[in-house]
Design a protein around this ligand. Structure first.
Ligand code: CP3
Length: 354
């Protein structure tokens, strides 16, 4: 239907995008590369525009979202932009009292601990994230033929923040809740699935070319608990958004979970540095592309070390049906941005030559 922010610019032509081709397991001129957390504290130009502006406030200003999203594309020549936002932003947008504390992460004022608390969590109306619609349209108009990746948090990872009240090493309150109050747990995950689906649908309607669902902390779960208590709700998100754009699904520490995660319905499976890409690809089978998986901490080692790793990862990825080069998790804040630029250039050079 018509949208009040419909821009007059032409749609992007992504027929030649290596990222989209790799996600669809089609031939590529070179391995596409982008970095989780490519926008952020590793960039001086990011720290500059964030002076005096709170993180979540900055995510609600389309002008700042556009600028910050474009910064790593200009600097590193990555094959995709990722929308500058956060997995907890939709929760703030629907009225959950939360903050992102620098160096800590999301902190929730009133954590969810009971079925009654769950029943208070509202659903999301697309109008509550109209600033996302505006930012994506502005970005798509400015990105030329570079694709924009949209994203959302998966229900388990969001639930962990809501129940623990903040970042957690052991997720003990979350696991107690999911096993002791299964009805309330499924109610909570169903609500989070609605929120993340709506958030993604707004981004897709506004023109993102791919989406990534972050289930960063899913690796804390056993395979059985993941499949029974979590996966149906992640699968509901992939089902709700349909097949208009390629879908990437990422979690950390998922070596044993990869086949189960693949069953949730994405096209591309994100892999951290602990699992070799060809092993991951064999685990999920030929119907999936893989994404990853340079250890972000190795960017602090000598360049010869990084170069050897890049050559190994590109070669392993070329044996998979499709490969998007990335780190195994987000860029660490003290990373030298010039190293990231060199990584992009070397991935392109090595993969184009072979
Ligand atoms: O990747 C990108 O460049 C796009 C933007 C993006 C951010 N967060 C911006 C951000 C994305 C995709 C995310 C996802 C996100 N947020 C995840 C999933 C990915 C992952 O890392 O596993 C999670 C778990 C969160 C929650 C969150 N937000 C954490 C744990 C933190 C880090 C806290 C810290 O300061 O170390 C944040 C804050 C955050 N999100 C920053 C950025 C750029 C740093 C904010 C700052 O400038 O201080």
């Amino acid at each position: 239907e018509p949208n009040s922010h419909m821009s007059m610019s032409l749609p992007q032509d992504l027929t030649a995008s290596p990222l989209i081709a790799a996600a669809r397991r089609q031939p590529v001129p070179h391995t596409p590369v982008w970095f989780m957390r490519q926008a952020g504290r590793s960039l001086p130009e990011y720290r500059e525009v964030r002076i005096g502006v709170d993180m979540l406030d900055s995510c609600m200003r389309p002008d700042l979202v556009t600028e910050i999203t474009l910064q790593p594309v200009r600097r590193h020549k990555v094959d995709a932009a990722i929308l500058y936002s956060d997995i907890v932003l939709p929760l703030r947008a629907i009225g959950v009292d939360l903050d992102i504390r620098p160096g800590v992460g999301p902190v929730i004022a009133e954590p969810i601990r009971s079925a009654a608390d769950v029943s208070q969590l509202p659903s999301m109306d697309p109008a509550q994230v109209d600033f996302i619609d505006q930012a994506v349209r502005q970005l798509v108009a400015e990105l030329g033929n570079t694709p924009l990746i949209g994203f959302a948090g998966a229900p388990f990872t969001l639930a962990s923040y809501l129940i623990e009240g903040g970042p957690s090493r052991n997720h003990e309150k979350t696991k107690a809740f999911m096993h002791s109050q299964p009805d309330a747990w499924h109610d909570l995950l169903q609500r989070l699935s609605q929120i993340s689906s709506t958030f993604l649908r707004v981004q897709i309607d506004a023109g993102v070319s791919a989406v990534q669902l972050f289930d960063s902390w899913a690796g804390a779960l056993s395979v059985a608990d993941y499949e029974r208590l979590v996966r149906p709700h992640s699968a509901a998100i992939f089902g709700a958004i349909g097949d208009r754009v390629p879908k990437i699904h990422f979690g950390l520490g998922t070596a044993l979970l990869l086949p189960s995660m693949a069953g949730a319905g994405a096209d591309v499976i994100g892999v951290d540095w602990r699992t070799p890409l060809d092993h991951a690809s064999a685990q999920v089978g030929p119907a999936y592309a893989v994404q990853g998986n340079l250890d972000p901490a190795l960017l602090f080692a000598d360049w010869e070390v990084i170069e050897t790793e890049i050559r190994r990862i590109v070669a392993e990825g070329q044996r998979a049906p499709g490969h998007i080069f990335n780190l195994g998790h987000g860029v660490l804040p003290n990373t030298d941005p010039d190293v990231l630029t060199r990584v992009v250039a070397l991935v392109h050079e090595v993969s184009a030559a072979s």
